[in-house]
Design a protein around this ligand. Structure first.
Ligand code: AMP
Length: 405
């Protein structure tokens, strides 16, 4: 079975084509600047050189058409005919309280995703455009949606409710949803396999630390708590997002700086975090380089970033009454030797003994970075959200086929 994975944004669309017999990527790519006259399609077949094409792509229907043209191109395509695409899996950011697992796209599912536009106004409408565009281009191909929030639907109400008037939860569904669920699910499963232990037997903290960042406490194989909240703004300090702040700062700043709600929202989402504190960049590589060259603000940003991850690890170890596995993943978690060391060195009381040599190795596979004697195992596990989307899509469509036969 060949599965096309799509991550549709409002002006971009990323894709990966998988052969599920061996879970190998046949081709991947992205369409950027959808809606403009100079849209760019970058197509990367696995065994051929990258192809770039600039043309007018005004909507997602045309974007998907161009993706199919690329995939079936006689020279650099990966398919001889579009009917070789057996299923399409989409990343959808918000599944609200309705979706606790991936599902086949039906009229009812589309209606529910539309009902959730309020909770993810920037993302869900774009995902719906992706789903409709596939329907237009590949009308008979089954589609599956995989939600970023689904994995965290197992949280108990003590984790997901906010201590504010409950009418707000009842009326508007204001609660913690959590995000990066596909990544937390993927790396926790992979980490358990690596350790050769059942996931259900482990108390695990997964640290997805990239441009956006979140931690998850995973107990009995399920998400027990996570640091992002109703939106992806809560929790850790991130590239440009503030993470946790005193909510009273919002009205105070609006009043003192005469800012509108939109302006404060933009300040907290786009002009805070590492960018604000370092005054240099939201990018961990650039901040680390500046720190090593002696920049004090860059060092402060780095230290604050590490400190906040450490605090959450402590909180989640307490929440689960223990921790035996910590997993680092995503751009920073997989690559920043210095940040992993800064975090692990400060929480040795938990039973973590970092192996400096293992931590400094630059490898692309899952690995342990603690000593053999360390009570808590710390792993680096590269995330692969697309593969999890492809797997869920395959499983759902396969079960559909066997039910029909
Ligand atoms: P992501 O959002 O998962 O793509 O992660 C992006 C973040 O990962 C950026 O802040 C990058 O600076 C960071 N990153 C990527 N490679 C490295 C590296 N070798 N060292 C430190 N940070 C890195």
């Amino acid at each position: 079975m060949k599965v096309l994975v799509i991550n549709a944004g409002s002006s971009s669309l990323k894709y990966q084509l998988y052969d599920m017999r061996n879970e190998l990527v046949l081709a991947s790519g992205r369409v950027e600047r959808i809606g403009m006259d100079s849209s760019i399609v970058t197509h990367e077949p696995v065994d051929k050189p990258e192809v770039r094409n600039v043309s007018e792509i005004l909507d997602h229907v045309t974007a998907v058409k161009r993706v199919i043209d690329m995939l079936t191109h006689p020279e650099f395509g990966a398919l001889s005919h579009l009917n070789e695409i057996d299923a399409v899996g989409h990343r959808v950011v918000h599944g609200g309280e309705v979706f606790s697992s991936s599902v086949l796209v039906t009229q009812e599912v589309k209606l529910e995703i539309r009902r959730l536009f309020d909770l993810a106004p920037l993302h869900n409408p774009a995902h719906m455009m992706g789903i409709s565009a596939v329907e237009t281009n590949l009308p008979n191909v089954p589609q599956v949606v995989v939600f970023d929030t689904a994995f965290h639907q197992s949280m108990p109400n003590t984790s997901y409710l906010y201590p504010i008037p409950t009418v707000l939860y009842r009326r508007h569904k204001i609660r913690r949803y959590g995000f990066h669920g596909t990544s937390h699910a993927y790396v926790s499963t992979h980490a358990a396999e690596y350790l050769n232990k059942p996931l259900e037997s482990l108390k695990m903290i997964t640290c997805h630390i990239g441009n956006g960042a979140s931690l998850a406490a995973i107990m009995d194989g399920k998400s027990f708590d996570t640091s992002m909240g109703m939106t992806p703004l809560e929790g850790l300090m991130m590239g440009t997002r503030s993470g946790d702040i005193d909510p009273a700062i919002v009205p105070f700043v609006m009043n003192k700086e005469e800012l509108t709600l939109n302006e404060v929202n933009s300040m907290l989402n786009k002009h805070s975090g590492m960018l604000a504190i370092s005054g240099i960049s939201s990018d961990m590589r650039e901040v680390t380089e500046a720190m090593l060259e002696g920049d004090k603000n860059a060092k402060l940003a780095f230290d604050m970033y590490a400190y906040r991850v450490k605090k959450y690890i402590g909180a989640y170890a307490a929440a689960m009454n223990g921790v035996d596995t910590i997993v680092f993943t995503a751009g920073v978690g997989e690559n920043s030797v210095a940040l992993r060391k800064a975090i692990c060195d400060g929480i040795s009381f938990l039973g973590i003994e970092l192996d400096e040599q293992r931590n400094s190795e630059r490898r692309k596979d899952a690995r342990e970075i603690t000593t053999d004697a360390s009570r808590v195992k710390v792993l680096v596990v590269p995330t692969n959200e697309e593969l999890l989307i492809a797997r869920d899509t395959y499983t759902i469509v396969k079960s559909l086929e066997s039910n029909q036969s």
